[in-house]
Design a protein around this ligand. Structure first.
Ligand SMILES: [Zn+2]
Length: 266
């Protein structure tokens, strides 16, 4: 199978329109494994762990078994896919999203390994000087030359809920400062809404702030100007599995002002 077939150029728009077919993950009842299971796993072959997994519904051991089944099924149904990925990657999309387990980007987009380069953190916050997200963005834009950056928030976000509350959370407190700034700037509106509505609105405002931060990065501005890199702000509706696009487009004047203000050269 050719690389072009594996990574069609218009894939981002195709999976946005196809989101209604995506099913949300069914609720998981987690049963903690007894300590003996873990001790057994560390000293016995994987095949024995799979046997344990069959008798005990621990998600990790079950997932190990499912991985073998998935690898075999993928090799059977798409014999070229994994072999081509072993050679390299050419993702067209950089996804920046929340670490939340309910938002697995490749699954909800209906895509495959190799399709999406990913950075996820708590509440999909972009701090301008954060080394981790900045390195991912730099690599994705400059070296992988992705065509789209998707910044996704989601409904019922725990990080957003934390920033809408006042409980002390240790290291999470400085991390959540950008969300608290949004709260401060929109206090009256947020206080007039129900908890769910406030969570969704703050999630959207956070996406808009993140898009703004993205467009303050020289590497991103350069790619927008020179090769048409596009930035998308979206909200993922956890209860329906549907992505909703936010209008985060700039006017030509706004883009010009950003280029003058933020673009740097070697
Ligand atoms: Zn979240």
């Amino acid at each position: 199978m050719s690389i072009a077939r594996l990574f069609p150029r218009s894939s981002f728009f195709r999976f946005l329109t196809g989101m209604r077919e995506v099913q949300t993950r069914r609720p998981v009842t987690h049963t903690p494994a007894p300590p003996s299971i873990h001790r057994t796993f560390s000293t016995t072959p994987a095949s024995l762990c799979s046997a344990d997994a069959n008798q005990n519904p621990d998600r990790y051991f079950a997932a190990l078994t499912q991985n073998k089944e998935w690898a075999a099924k993928t090799a059977r149904e798409e014999p070229d896919l994994l072999a081509s990925l072993a050679v390299g990657q050419r993702p067209e999309i950089l996804w920046i999203g929340c670490s939340d387990s309910r938002c697995p980007e490749t699954t909800i987009l209906g895509l495959k390994p190799g399709d999406v380069f990913v950075h996820r953190n708590i509440a999909n916050i972009l701090h301008a000087a954060d080394l981790s997200s900045s390195a991912v963005i730099e690599y994705a834009v400059r070296h992988l030359r992705v065509k789209h950056i998707v910044l996704s928030g989601h409904t019922s976000c725990g990080g957003v809920a934390a920033a809408l509350g006042n409980k002390q959370l240790g290291i999470l407190d400085p991390w959540l400062v950008p969300l608290r700034q949004i709260r401060e700037q929109n206090l009256d509106t947020l206080q007039s809404l129900s908890a769910d509505e406030a969570n969704t609105l703050m999630g959207e405002l956070n996406v808009r702030e993140g898009v703004k931060t993205l467009k303050q990065k020289s590497v991103v501005l350069e790619a927008i100007e020179e090769r048409g890199l596009t930035i998308h702000g979206v909200m993922y509706e956890v209860g329906s599995g549907v992505l909703r696009e936010l209008d985060t487009n700039d006017t030509q004047e706004q883009l010009k002002a950003r280029l003058v203000s933020y673009k740097t050269e070697a």
